[in-house]
Design a binder for this molecule. Sequence first.
Ligand SMILES: [Zn+2]
Ligand SMILES: [Zn+2]
Length: 348
Amino acid sequence: MKAVTYHGIRDVRVEVVPDPEIKKPTDVIVRVTKSAICGSDLHFYRGKVPMDEGFIVGHEFIGIVEETGSDVRLLKKGDKVVAPFWVSCGVCINCRNRVPTSCIGGGGCFGFGKAFGDIPGGQAEYVRVPFADSTLEKVPENIEDTKALFLGDIFSTGYFCAEWANIKPGDRVAVFGDGPIGLFATASARLFGPSLVITVGRHDFRLDVAKKLGSDLVINSRKEDPIHKILEVTDGRGVDAVLECIGSEEALSSAVKITRPAGTISFVGLFTGAVPIPMLDFYLKDLTLRGGVCPSKNYISQLLPLIENGKIDPTAIITHDLPLSETPKGYRLMDSKEENAIKVVLTP
Ligand SMILES: [Zn+2]
Ligand SMILES: [Zn+2]
């Protein structure tokens, strides 16, 4: 089969590799019908996290079950399924506590190398899914691939960030980040009934999409100081909640400044090192800080009706739909933001 493999910094290739096979009775093989390049794939692409030479990458995909292991009970050949980015065993203590991303029973991340469970990824024609019953979620046959695809990662992550921000009806909310997750966080924040959603980003073309997804006010931080502007539109009081979707030290410390006393900062941006937080401000304002990696598995069936009923159209963020053979170009576009790229999806 054809699959996307890693070969070094800014070097991914489409290669012919052996077809995946059922290795354990709880595995299934999925024929991938659509996959995507995630912003977190850019971490290894840019050499910021290590990756194994030749490893099959990709952790966002949707497809059809092609073959099932003998112990698979809930899935059968022909089922349409979405994968969360994290494989989970379903029975270990963390899975039972609904933290599948901390699975200690053999889970891991698709397409992130040996350090993250050694599970080949979904930017490929076929993919082996371990613990298929507990990992995969079925979706209706008639739902478009591009609509359901993001349930496994970026839509769930954006929603999780909004949910953890404790948004009440009438609240004022600021979202930091205009990438795919910031855009989904913007759309998700809207669902909680806020009176004002502000999206802060650095690209007008992305902020235009934020407006389409429900942002009332967009701030391009290259042109305008977001702290000043947010305080100005909230009468100096600040917002009730900040959703940090970048993993930026600067955004996090801005969040402390523009969150009102007893407000909440929720983050899903990936911080790879220690981050200084202005603790005196944090202390004097009684803030709450919550965040982390989204247990996206828990959200797939919950969020599906929002798509089915047209409340959210995930395809609004797709800028490129490329054949799998052009994946290297897709990485270049996402990395450079050329051609106003936001989200690149791939068709095997
Ligand atoms: Zn991802
Ligand atoms: Zn587990």
